[in-house]
Design a protein around this ligand. Sequence first.
Ligand SMILES: O=C(O)CCC(=O)C(=O)O
Ligand SMILES: [Fe+2]
Length: 285
Amino acid sequence: MLDTQVAPESAQVIPGPAEVEFFEKNGFWISPKIVDDNRLETLRRHMMFIYNENYETGRAPFSFWKPGSGSLRKTDNVHWSDFTFRDLVQDPVIGEIAAALLRTPIIRLWHDQLLFKPGLAPGVTPVPANVGWHQDYHYWQCAQEPTLVTAWVAFDDVDLSNGCMHVVRGSNHWGLVDVNNFFEQDLQKQEETMTIPTGAKFEPVPLIMKAGQVSFHHAMSLHGSGPNNTTRPRRSIAIHLMAGDTRYKAGTPADEHMNVQLFKPKDGDIFAGSMFPVLYNKLTA
Ligand SMILES: O=C(O)CCC(=O)C(=O)O
Ligand SMILES: [Fe+2]
């Protein structure tokens, strides 16, 4: 019974035909625990290195988060700065899972985002740290096709109490919706104003996971998350991945994306080279 109300935790690490079918139908899939407790502890420690601007490589991440700019800490491309994160975002098992889900032989890194949703602290007025409903491809239309998938690695247990992510079941088949906004805090308002295809049902599925599990969502899947109402932090990294033959499409609003700004591709170029390391190659694995 894969197609249940609750997101399935598969017993097998590399998705087989039934899991791939589930992903294609629903737009998400949750892995078993693939990051062990020792590695999680190291990752949580290295997260603090990043926030303390203690960069192992000497290079700062490409960051949007600045202290005081809201309580969701979103820090892009921490793999530039830290060897522990560099290893994780290039993990061949995560790459092999992504390859299976996208039915593609080669997986490259698109970019990463370290995410920290702080919990409630005594005497501190909570600042909302929601993630508004969005489809990642809205921000990535600089790719000719949405041949991208995100691996979201939980560093802490996540559930409804601490703002787990929700994916709208089957929204990967909807095309781009009209309310895409990662930074919107009022998800209710988005739901009320959103146009969805005739006959489609708006069914958000909470991705409830233990630390060390990884959820995968397709670039066209609508997703978002609510507040962290606990005193515990919600820590994770989103590893954005792409099929090895993903090409640049010039002239979209996503020309503002850092990968276009930094890589400076010409229309039709493959996003390849050292900026986009290969995690997995079926031909050489
Ligand atoms: O962490 C969240 O709640 C949202 C993350 C996200 O938008 C993503 O991984 O693509
Ligand atoms: Fe996203």
